[in-house]
Design a protein around this ligand. Structure first.
Ligand code: 4AD
Ligand code: MG
Length: 452
């Protein structure tokens, strides 16, 4: 039975036979034996294997093996006399499974830039940093489900292909078979695209099951080449019936704190690596976010703060304009130095489904902005009043006939309800300290780039 390095290092069954497989990170030959460090991806640490010349294939295979080759090893776990590791394996069998030509294997021992590694999305998970990001991402995904399931939320699998543009921003990728003979012919009877958000369908189920969430891939055909935008990204979207903006903000705060704490608790080794090599002080920063209250501020006040800031911004600040990343980061990094929740944005810059406030100019929206990233959560209380919603949709130029189902939710048993979208990659960026979003998703899709 194969054992994973993580388990070997946790349990340390000294004196016992272990059997494992992995990829060679480094090899050093000294006279009659070789030290081979292998990594199997189960954890950050390598395991040192000692292979000596008494092994039948020592000269023919083991001495030839180089970085990147895959090997299978059987041997006895021993306490290591050397510095740097507690235990090592004395191999009784060492098989080289797949060689990696040292002349062409691109991952050498030195540190490579993330830009270079992006060109190698098929090999980069074998590096320390990208391996660590992948493990932490997986853990966070598990924790998202745990968070909601423990609180009685039901997961809804909302559709990937849809005929509704939730954000109304015209950023949908079109879905066609490529075989349509006329422009009027559509596979689903009308134009369809890849979803930009599962929210509208989540609302359907919130108004039946109460508390629901959807967690899946979403797509945006926006031409943004930034360190925070992807064309395909994952979103966590809870939707709650009988819940106002206050309850929504509480859930958003709670989930961010919960997920950061989960990574700190369950991925200590990988988190240490990020703290040391990716963002100095990361662990302290995350612990502060978990401990401190988030600041609440209305959009109007945020605009005033920005207008009075002793700093020049590239983009204009004016009531009625959306906040740009530089504004969001100034508020959370320089002014408050903690996550902030900005509420009550102008209706004119927010989608049709957000609940109109009594002032008729603003909506019950809330964005959560975090240091280093800016917007990580976008959400709102939803408009539950039929007439107000209908008027907003007409104003937004939406064809009501396509949304009778959505309006029906307000016609039959409408309730105040709220929800938000948490950008999963932006969360993984926050947790790992990775500066560019392309490093926290396995196969990033951005304008002009989708290599494999
Ligand atoms: O603010 P957004 O556009 O909100 C919605 O889509 C709502 N329908 C969600 C809801 O209420 N259920 O997106 C939500 C979050 C953003 O705060 C951001 O973290 C992330 O999704 N996001 C992106 N992440 C990566 N690349 C992009 N292009 C993103 N666009 C939004
Ligand atoms: Mg938003």
């Amino acid at each position: 039975m194969k054992t994973r390095i993580k388990n070997i290092l946790q349990e340390k069954p000294v004196g016992q036979l272990v059997s494992l497989g992995g990829w060679v990170r480094t090899k050093r030959d000294t006279g009659s034996f070789s030290f081979v460090e292998i990594n199997d991806g189960s954890c950050l640490a390598n395991l040192q294997i000692i292979a000596d010349e008494k092994l039948g294939n020592y000269v023919s295979d083991i001495k030839q093996v180089s970085t990147g080759s895959s090997v299978m090893v059987e041997g006895t776990l021993q306490v290591s006399p050397a510095k740097g590791q507690d235990v090592e394996v004395h191999a009784s069998c060492f098989r080289v499974i797949g060689k990696a030509d040292p002349e062409t294997y691109p991952l050498q021992k030195k540190r490579h830039s993330f830009e270079f590694l992006r060109e190698l999305s098929h090999l980069r998970p074998r590096t320390n940093a990208l391996g660590a990001v992948s493990r932490v991402r997986s853990r966070l995904s598990y924790a998202v489900h745990q968070f909601f399931q423990d609180r009685g939320f039901a997961q809804i699998h909302t559709p990937i292909m849809t005929t509704s543009d939730c954000e109304g921003a015209g950023e949908m990728f079109q879905v066609t078979t490529g075989q349509e003979k006329t422009k009027a012919e559509h596979f689903f009877g009308r134009p369809a695209g890849l979803t930009v958000s599962g929210q509208l369908q989540a609302e359907v189920y919130a108004l039946a099951l109460g508390d629901v969430y959807t967690f899946g891939p979403t797509f945006r055909a926006e031409n943004s080449n930034t360190s925070r935008h992807l064309s395909e990204f994952w979103m966590v979207e809870p939707e709650m019936a009988f819940c106002d903006l206050q309850g929504n903000m509480e859930l958003g705060t709670e989930i961010i704190k919960y997920l950061l704490q989960d990574a700190l608790t369950h991925c200590p080794e990988d988190m240490q690596l990020f703290d040391k090599f990716i963002e100095k002080g990361l662990l302290q920063k995350l612990e502060n976010i978990v401990q401190k209250d988030f600041v609440h501020i209305a959009y109007t006040e945020a605009v005033e703060r920005l207008q009075n800031a002793p700093k020049k911004f590239d983009y204009p600040v004016k009531w009625g304009l959306d906040l740009q990343s530089e504004h969001e980061r100034y508020l959370s990094e320089d002014v408050f130095q903690c996550p902030i929740i900005v509420t009550d944005y102008p209706a004119s810059i927010k989608p049709f489904y957000m609940r109109v406030n009594d002032d008729r100019k603003t909506v019950a929206a809330m964005d959560i902005l975090v240091p280093g990233i800016g917007e990580i959560i976008g959400g709102s209380q939803r408009e539950e009043r039929y007439d107000v919603l209908e008027a907003r949709m007409i104003e937004a130029g939406i064809n009501l006939a396509d949304y009778t189902w959505y309006l029906d939710l307000r016609r039959y048993g409408s309730v105040p309800h709220s929800g938000f979208g948490l950008g999963f990659e932006r969360l993984v960026q926050l947790v790992t300290g990775m500066a560019n979003i392309r490093e926290v998703i396995a196969f990033p899709r951005t304008p002009g780039s989708a290599p494999c």
